[in-house]
Write a protein that binds this ligand. Structure first.
Ligand SMILES: [Zn+2]
Length: 229
């Protein structure tokens, strides 16, 4: 009996801890700024786990309409190329441009307000991808596109794999996968399968839920979008 209680208690604490970590991680994902040489990707067989995705994605009626704010127009070419590559890899036009912020589920902004170490951040509640001008201006087109491709991966529900708990897998993910932050501009079979799987495993926000986030001016990323930072 004593043991049963102890096991339940530990189990309870463990699951509480897990829930806390998950809640803390939901919503905002970053990609650390990085300058280095590119390495070729190799195939790898890995079982997908729930640690690889969050709770929601940014699709609406099977699409993610994206808006490019004036301060991100300088990255328009990179954003378009990234969207085209994802669409091509997925075999459908998931990402579609819109000139209306209110029609969008994803808004791109170029900013200097991100934490210094991050090249980009994706916020998957109110739908924002913030690109750090400090890093982006030093990057080649190829590298800027890689940042956008990675951040777009989050909008389909995938989490960052560079902080995956298993250290051996984490090392491989960093080197071989877009969501591990390998800065590649070509999706591998793994990258595409993971995106498709994340879309299936995460839920679509109702308009009310999504617009609730969008209307919340207290959110850091909404302040960014509305030029209040
Ligand atoms: Zn990320």
């Amino acid at each position: 009996m004593g043991n049963l209680f102890r096991d339940n208690l530990i189990g309870g604490i463990k699951s509480m801890f897990k829930r806390f970590v998950i809640i803390a991680m939901v919503g905002v994902f970053g990609l650390a700024g990085f300058i280095g040489s590119e390495k070729p990707a190799a195939a790898s067989q890995v079982t997908f786990t729930s640690e690889m995705h969050g709770s929601k994605n940014l699709t609406n009626h099977g699409m993610i309409k994206y808006y490019v704010k004036a301060d991100a127009k300088k990255y328009q070419g990179d954003i378009q190329a990234a969207a085209n590559k994802w669409n091509h890899a997925l075999g459908r036009r998931l990402f579609r441009p819109t000139s209306s912020l209110t029609q969008s589920r994803l808004a791109f902004t170029g900013t200097t307000q991100l934490a210094a170490g991050y090249a980009g951040m994706a916020e998957v509640n109110s739908g924002v991808i913030a690109l750090n001008d400090r890093w982006m201006k030093r990057y080649s087109h190829q590298k800027r596109q890689a940042v956008v491709i990675h951040e777009m991966g989050h909008t389909m529900g995938t989490s960052d794999l560079y902080d995956y708990s298993d250290p051996i897998l984490r090392r491989q993910f960093k080197r071989l996968t877009i969501m591990g932050g390998n800065y590649h501009t070509t999706m591998t079979h793994f990258d595409v399968s993971l995106a498709k799987w994340s879309l299936k495993k995460t839920h679509v926000m109702s308009n009310a839920t999504f617009q609730g986030y969008r209307a919340n001016q207290g959110l850091f990323y909404q302040q960014m979008i509305h030029g209040k930072l």
